[in-house]
Design a protein around this ligand. Structure first.
Ligand code: FAD
Length: 507
């Protein structure tokens, strides 16, 4: 076989190609990579898992997992990846809007099970590896007796180290520390392996299928017909220590005239605060500008309990910015020998903490569709492509809901125009109504109700409720102004929501 690769001279390749051909090479051992490697291996495939650094990552991403993410972990037989990392349960959200507060609880288990029931991946579940076990912070009994579904918060690096250890323990998984620089193709343009940069290892590894799980800054994404991700804003991470929360066991969302702030406990003594920064550029690296913003605009809006830990975090000036990117998923219908999952395929705003949930649900779908009972040989490219068309359709409901909700909620919560502020106020008051006005939105956000039409209904109910409150707040005297504002609010609501939902569903 001869290789062709646009990045590299082909004549330098033969001496540095490993002899073995794997069923799959998985690139990236973040959230999606070890999960798909393990699922493939448990189904009997030979897998090479390549990660550029196997040491414990220290990132500000992927620290709050929604209930549908935990469900996907269980379906993959990976529930024990949350064991012994001092993970904290999350029962819902505490939302503070100026001086008002509302609490949203996740769905009852029965209701959640009708929307998104557990369906294990074949061959992946054995020896109770779909069950959460008791450790220093989690009680298996409390978890299973709890009336509602729950999420989990943890240190991302600890969670990834557990996931990686599970993958490493699979006899069919070989792990390699190296940086993948690109794919290798044969003369028929089929991807037949990857090229890596690392000392003392072959430069090329061959596989029937290359699975890109190389995350937010994916290099391999260029193999897809994907648009460039757009950066809408930044989140800046702060480390909080020994923070008291007004509603322990809840994600905290602080809204006001500033951009939204999120905070949640990741261990009994540590918490993450993510402060949105309304700009397509990060705050200046000196930290002064950002510290001023936090002190002048954010601090007074925070619950009193949080302020001491917040002050210490601001004083430390350890500000860690990350871009919030949006990338709608494309149909993977052409490239033979290559698929992408996780952030390399699809990204959304992290406000709603949905990234790991989408990634793990993609892994569940992919593992089922490419199971040997469906595709006997991963080298059967036509069969894989047929399954990828199904993959694209099957992932859409959850993906469309989580992605659209994250982008639309960010627009409302970061409200930077009078119309968006009217919508923001209406959204908060909608939550205050309780009942279906909470269970619907929280069911959507948690991934347990993956129904795009339900999202559409709630979003426009919020818009009309916001308009109604605006009339009430303005009073009869200002009715003509309110009529004008209503039209603008509706136009803004359509502009915020429809293009994203359309991009998600129609592609
Ligand atoms: C600020 C922020 C906060 C977030 N918070 C949350 C949250 O609370 N909850 C949530 O569910 N989601 C959150 N997300 C999203 C979440 O982190 C991602 O959706 C998730 O990590 C995607 O998993 P992945 O496996 O695709 O990528 P990653 O987890 O990023 O893993 C990619 C892996 O690939 C490796 N890699 C990259 N390039 C190469 C290469 N060339 N060769 C070899 N290895 C390579 C990397 O080292 C890494 O280990 C957040 C995102 C951001 C930006």
């Amino acid at each position: 076989m001869s290789f062709a690769n646009s990045n590299v001279a082909t004549d330098s390749l033969p001496n540095s190609v490993e002899d073995k051909q794997y069923d799959a090479v998985v690139v990236g051992a973040g959230v999606a990579g070890p999960a798909i490697a393990t699922a493939f291996a448990r189904a009997g495939r030979q897998v090479l898992l390549i990660e550029r650094s196997w040491s414990r990552p220290d990132r500000i991403v992927g620290e709050l997992m929604q209930p549908a993410g935990v469900k996907a972990l269980c379906e993959l037989g990976l529930a024990q990846a949350v064991a012994n990392i001092e993970a904290m349960t999350c029962e819902g959200y505490y939302i503070k809007y100026h001086d008002r507060v509302v609490q949203l609880s996740y769905l009852d288990k029965a209701e959640a099970a009708t929307g998104n029931p557990i369906k294990p991946v074949p061959d992946c579940v054995f020896d109770d590896n779909d069950k959460l076990i008791t450790d220093s912070t989690l009680s298996s009994k409390d978890w299973y007796d709890h009336p509602t579904v729950q999420g989990l918060a943890f240190h991302n690096g600890d969670f990834l180290m557990n996931l990686r250890a599970i993958a490493r323990a699979e006899p069919n998984v070989t792990c390699l520390e190296a940086t993948v620089t690109g794919v290798v193709r044969d003369d028929n343009d089929v991807v037949v392996g990857v090229r890596v940069k690392a000392e003392d290892v072959p430069a090329v590894y061959r596989a029937k299928l290359v699975v890109a799980c190389d995350g937010i800054y994916s290099k391999l994404r260029r193999e897809l017909p994907a648009p460039a991700p757009s950066v809408e804003s930044y989140f800046v991470g702060l480390d909080l220590h020994d923070c008291d929360f007004p509603a322990p066991g809840h994600g905290h969302v602080i809204l006001g005239d500033h951009a939204p702030v999120l905070a949640y406990q990741t261990t009994p003594t540590t918490a993450r605060m993510l402060c949105a920064w309304r700009s397509t550029k990060p705050p200046s690296s000196s930290g002064g500008e950002f510290a001023n913003y936090l002190n002048q605009q954010v601090r007074s809006e925070l619950p009193k309990e949080i302020q001491p830990s917040f002050d210490a975090a601001v004083a430390s000036k350890r500000f860690r910015p990350m871009p919030n990117q949006y990338l709608p998923a494309v149909k993977q219908s052409r490239q033979r020998g290559f698929v992408a999952v996780g952030d390399s395929l699809n990204m959304r705003h992290p406000l709603t903490g949905g990234g790991m949930t989408v990634a793990l649900n993609d892994v569940v779908i992919l593992a089922k569709l490419l199971h040997p009972s469906q595709v006997a040989d991963l080298g059967d490219h036509e069969a894989v492509l047929r399954q990828m068309a199904v993959f694209h359709r099957r992932r859409k409901p959850l993906d469309a809901v989580i992605n659209t909700l994250s982008m639309a909620l960010y627009a409302l919560f970061a409200a930077d125009s009078p119309s968006l502020r009217i919508l923001q106020r209406g959204c908060f008051r909608y939550f205050e109504l309780g009942g279906a006005c909470v269970s619907g939105p929280i069911g959507l956000l948690s991934g347990m109700l993956p129904f795009p039409m339900m999202l559409f209904n709630h979003f426009f109910s919020v818009a009309f409720y916001a308009i109604w409150w605006n009339f009430t707040d303005n009073g009869l005297l200002y009715a003509p102004v309110s009529v004008y504002q209503s039209v603008v609010v509706l136009v803004v609501a359509v502009r915020v929501f429809v293009p994203i939902l359309w991009a998600e569903l129609a592609r």
